[in-house]
Design a protein around this ligand. Structure first.
Ligand SMILES: [Zn+2]
Length: 264
């Protein structure tokens, strides 16, 4: 059994979507109807009066306008480029569900400073620290602890980010999904923009996302609570995306299933 109430613990690795918080992209708008308003809405198609509902109350309701890249989400290959490995890139509904569940492991990159690039050497060091050997279809999570800064400008503008070589190294081990607990998989927009203005080298712009042109993979942005998971590996990670037909990403509820025995 994958989850046994007696033997397992669950860790929620998801950042809630806060409708009242301003984000850099796709500021969410939520319209809410309470139970009295629900009675008013439901009474029309039902051909009755709002007062006909018990206590004049019916179902609560929300309507949301939200970017697919807001909150904890999985980026599909289509997000990166129209093609991947020379074929049309997978949209979110084409991402195999088999990629979204698997043995998880967490790499501790909390030593990386603001706006720093996470290099292949950083990944090798972090792997050595936990003495872990990657298997194909493992789901790797890059822990920076920037989720603790959620809601302040450092979260959006100062996080470290993955690079081309570090991403390729993980994909070379057979990994298909890489998660990170930062605002974006690459370094902040402004940081990359400043590097470009200095160098006029297009390769400094979204180098990790751009790996997706040559190598078919998905990444997860804005994971949370990796610091709460009591083990570095030996747990199951689950993160199935919501399907919006043809979309470049899907919101996920990500969680880790950990055996209690392994935490003692
Ligand atoms: Zn995204």
């Amino acid at each position: 059994m994958l989850f046994d109430r007696e033997k397992n613990l669950l860790f929620d690795l998801t950042l809630p979507i806060y409708p009242f918080h301003k984000d850099l992209v796709g500021f969410p708008k939520v319209t809410r109807w309470n139970h009295a308003e629900g009675a008013r809405l439901n009474s029309v198609p039902a051909g009755i009066e709002p007062k006909d509902f018990p206590e004049g109350k019916s179902q609560a309701w929300e309507e949301v306008t939200l970017a697919t890249h807001l909150g904890t989400h999985l980026d599909a290959p289509w997000h990166f480029y129209p093609t991947s490995e020379g074929k049309p890139s997978k949209r979110i509904e084409e991402v195999p569900l088999e990629w979204c569940i698997g043995d998880g492991f967490i790499l501790d990159l909390t030593n990386k400073g603001p706006e720093e690039l996470i290099t292949k050497e950083d990944i090798l060091h972090a792997l050595k620290d936990i003495s872990y050997t990657i298997k194909p279809y493992d789901i790797v999570m890059i822990r920076t602890d920037y989720d603790k800064k959620w809601g302040n400008s450092d979260y959006f503008e100062k996080h470290p980010g993955m690079g081309r070589e570090s991403t390729i190294y993980l994909l070379d081990q057979g990994v298909k999904v890489i998660g990170i607990d930062t605002f974006g998989f690459d370094r902040p927009f402004k940081t990359m923009g400043e590097d470009f203005k200095k160098t006029h080298n297009k390769d400094v712009l979204w180098p990790a996302h751009n790996v997706g042109k040559e190598r078919e993979y998905c990444h997860i942005e804005r994971l949370a609570n990796l610091w709460k998971v009591p083990v570095h590996f030996g747990f199951t990670f689950v993160a199935a995306p919501v399907i919006i037909e043809g979309a470049s990403a899907g919101w996920i509820r990500a969680f880790a299933i950990v055996e209690k025995d392994k935490t003692e």
